[in-house]
Design a protein around this ligand. Structure first.
Ligand code: 26W
Length: 814
């Protein structure tokens, strides 16, 4: 058995000092801060290893059904605190380091978070593996170990500039590399037919290959002694590949080839919601799913396993379309390598995959051109064609030769270019297809894939997203967590519905006072962080009005800007006296995809408005616009617990779910939001009185499009709106230069795809209601507590339970 270090302060000190010596080759007095951090992390890691190895053994031995979560992104956030919490080592580690003369907080601050994801989808994957471990579900997460994660955002003259995220430079104490367990992943080449016992079969003759090296991460369950695995793949050039070219005498070419291979896991695509269609991206996708499938078959099954029993052993959950190339790869392995009959293989495949869709934007639905797919993965293209032929034959059988329907349902699109619709492939192959909130799942069935819903009754289902209460309540908000534990006991961390018990405490003035004190303390913490990080001064007593999420037009940061400009304009035009204005700090956090020009312009505008509003003496400091750069998980953990107001203002029918909305509500912020995504469910649970609803509903949006939407009419008819837009157009935020933000203004007036102007008046009225409500602090606090009490549903533990009940059917391994 692997020894577990003793859980005592002395034991921890001993192990820590040993790690300084043996892992870092330094002494306590010569150690750099990074040495100390790594030794600390390694010491915590040491406590997890024995459990981990035991769990791996048990999972294999039990041969129970397990989940392989396939995701191109995991937005993990910092690891140290989460692992300290899971292992109950926080106090011991703090004392042990203090005994060595070290302030643990200083080491905490050194950790560079692994930002291996863009936004909601990647963070959801991170919450899910936390819940899977905490709920003892046999499972493994598979993904890519990007050398560079999501870019680091800086502002130069108010405009976004991206810096590479070299998160591995100082070493990565949480991972175990296994170069000896590398696998070979092939690409390119051609297919050929051959005769096998009188049957003509096809096989793949690849053109080149790379090595996939696994890096294992421990995923610790909360207080249950469980440790699951996250396995991320790194691309390394193969010897053979190098050597062949090297022997030809072309040294430069050999090195270039190496670079080419290693590019595959070099960088996370920072695109969110608009697929780039880049070859390297398809290489990444195939690279990690091919390695993962092989890994599962080789290591999780007993020798001689009857592959027809695979559906009893595994479900591959496809996190959006990014890993969907796993479907033809699985078929290729079964048919070409394991010599299974096509029909039997397809039967199995359809039970071993399930697909989660995370979007409604048509432009975000991934397609790969047949030309590219055929060049990179020729055998997979053949397999996709055959899947499609048989699928369309079945459609014909059912609906007759309805060519329109056939064309609409085909996995292969014919225009504008022949291409493979990955969402359709996933839907045809998956045992289940789910959306990520009730409204989203409904729209998916009714608007995006209605023919498929008709053809496959019972295939579509919903699993509303959730967030882990360990990271986003217990760790991020220790003050509130302590208050809740005092009131309800500690069980809520793994049974979030227990928060219901807070309802009665909402009536208790003393509890409300304590809650208000926690919120105020969290604001002071945030204020200190922003001062140290960005030199901002957050005014005392201001309402913290927060909008943090990726910058996208559909999320409508522009609507928030128009509200700020209106509030400002009302003061400077003398229509409202500054002293009568409720003090507000508007906090933004948002990265724009580097190639998304309009999103970058909006970032520029937010910073420009902030520059003017924050420095205009007429405002008397009542309005503050703060836009800390590089919003990430670490900053989220500070911002969310301090927020009063959560902005969830997407155009109805566009935000699949949202998960930030849940984090805010669970930390006692009130939501101002549209009837979109999971906002719908939040409002149903917390009640209309505790939620500021505004804007059109999805059917109303549809109706306005059909009637013909003319944004300029809204501009003409609303004086506040006209004044706000005119002020932006006048150059008031660009030193008189009218050209800088002209593209934003004309887009709003003449295009406005996301109907910002149509919802403006309703939004401003809702904001006026917010101001009125905030004036009664005690009533506000009560509503905040009720939000927390009623949002236990949004634990990712509940999401995982729903996946188990509706899709996976994998009992926990107790
Ligand atoms: C390659 C282009 C691309 C990249 C990322 C297309 C689409 C995506 C993701 C689907 C974008 C994403 O992160 N979607 C978000 O997923 C969250 C988790 O389910 C939801 O809460 C958000 O509403 C959804 O926007």
């Amino acid at each position: 058995p692997v020894p577990t270090p003793p859980s005592t302060v002395d034991g921890f000190v001993k192990q820590f000092l040993e790690n300084l010596n043996l892992e870092r080759g330094v002494t306590l007095s010569t150690a750099s801060p990074n040495d100390r951090y790594i030794a600390l992390a390694t010491t915590v890691r040491d406590f997890l290893v024995a459990r981990w190895l035991e769990d791996i053994r048990r999972q294999k031995e039990a041969q129970a059904k397990g989940v392989c979560y396939l995701s191109a992104e995991y937005l993990l956030g910092r690891q140290l605190d989460n692992n300290l919490l899971a292992t109950r080592l926080t106090d011991i580690a703090t004392e042990a380091l203090a005994a060595c003369g070290i302030d643990i907080d200083e080491l905490r601050a050194l950790e560079v978070e692994p930002g291996l994801g863009n936004g909601g989808l990647g963070r959801l994957a991170a919450c899910f593996i936390d819940s899977l471990a905490t709920m003892s579900v046999p499972s493994i997460g598979y993904g890519i170990r990007y050398e560079y994660g999501i870019f680091r955002q800086t502002f130069v003259d108010g405009q976004q500039v991206e810096q590479p995220d070299a998160w591995l430079t100082l070493g990565s104490p949480w991972e175990f590399a296994h170069p000896e367990a590398a696998q070979t992943i092939s690409f390119g080449g051609y297919t050929e037919t051959f005769d096998e016992g009188g049957v003509t079969r096809s096989r793949w003759v690849p053109g080149w290959n790379v090595q996939a090296v696994p890096y294992n991460y421990m995923v610790s369950g909360y207080h249950n002694g469980r440790v699951n695995t996250l396995r991320l793949w790194r691309a390394v050039a193969t010897d053979a590949f190098d050597l062949r070219i090297f022997n030809s005498g072309d040294y430069e070419k050999a090195v270039r080839a190496q670079t080419y291979a290693e590019n595959i896991s070099k960088v996370l695509y920072p695109e969110d919601s608009t697929p780039q269609g880049k070859e390297l991206r398809l290489q990444q996708q195939y690279f990690f799913v091919a390695a993962s499938i092989r890994d599962f078959l080789d290591h999780m099954l007993t020798p001689g396993f009857d592959l027809s029993k695979l559906p009893d052993r595994v479900i591959f959950q496809l996190n959006d379309t990014h890993p969907v190339i796993a479907v033809p790869e699985f078929m290729r392995v079964l048919v070409d390598e394991e010599h299974m009959e096509w029909d039997a293989a397809w039967e199995i495949t359809q039970q071993c995959f399930a697909y989660t869709c995370h979007t409604l934007l048509p432009e975000a639905l991934e397609v790969w051109s047949v030309e590219l797919l055929g060049r990179l993965l020729p055998r997979h293209l053949e397999i996709i064609y055959r899947i499609n032929d048989e699928f369309l034959a079945a459609v014909r059988e059912r609906f007759g030769d309805d060519e329109m329907r056939i064309r609409n349902m085909s996995i292969i699109a014919e225009s504008p270019e022949r291409s493979v619709r990955m969402a359709y492939l996933a839907t045809v192959a998956g045992a289940k297809v789910n959306g990520v909130a009730e409204l989203h799942s409904q729209l998916l069935r009714e608007k995006v894939l209605p023919d498929f819903d008709e053809f496959y009754p019972g295939k579509f289902t919903n699993v509303t997203n959730g967030v882990t209460p360990r990271r986003f309540l217990r760790l991020a908000n220790p003050g509130l967590a302590g208050l809740i534990t005092d009131a309800l006991g500690a069980g809520w961390t793994v049974d979030l519905e227990r928060l219901r018990g807070l309802e009665s405490f909402a009536e208790d003035p003393e509890f409300r006072a304590r809650f208000a004190e926690v919120k105020a303390a969290n604001k002071r913490v945030l204020s200190d962080v922003l001062r140290a990080r960005d030199g901002f001064e957050v005014s005392d007593g201001h309402m913290l009005d927060v909008m943090v999420k990726r910058l996208h037009e559909y999320k409508r940061q522009m609507l928030k800007v128009l509200h700020i400009v209106t509030s400002y304009e009302r003061i400077v035009s003398g229509r409202v006296r500054a002293e009568d204005v409720q003090g507000r700090a508007f906090i933004f956090g948002a990265k724009a995809a580097p190639g998304y020009v309009m999103a970058k312009r909006i970032i520029h505008l937010i910073n420009a408005v902030g520059e003017v509003v924050n420095n205009d003496p007429r405002v008397e400091g009542r309005l503050q616009v703060l836009f800390p750069p590089n919003y990430n998980v670490t900053l989220a953990e500070r911002v969310i617990p301090a927020a009063d107001l959560s902005e969830q203002i997407s155009l109805a029918g566009k935000e699949a779910s949202g998960t930030g909305n849940m984090k805010f509500a669970l930390n006692g912020a009130l939501t101002i939001g549209t009837d979109d995504g999971a906002n719908v469910e939040i409002r149903e649970l917390v009640g209309d009185d505790n939620f500021f609803l505004f804007g059109m509903t999805e059917p109303e949006v549809e109706e306005l499009w059909t009637r013909g939407y003319k944004p300029a009419e809204f501009y003409q008819q609303d004086e506040d709106l006209r004044r706000a837009i005119d002020l932006i157009a006048s150059g008031a935020f660009s030193n008189g230069d009218r050209t800088v933000f002209e593209p934003i203004v004309s887009n709003l007036l003449y295009d406005d795809r996301f109907m910002v102007l149509a919802d403006y008046a309703s939004y401003i009225r809702a904001q006026d209601r917010v101001d009125a409500a905030y004036a009664d602090q005690d009533a506000w606090t009560k509503a905040a507590i009720l939000n927390i009490a009623r949002c236990g549903f949004f634990s990712s533990d509940r999401s995982i339970r729903d996946y188990i009940d509706r899709i996976w059917h994998t009992p926990p391994m107790l």
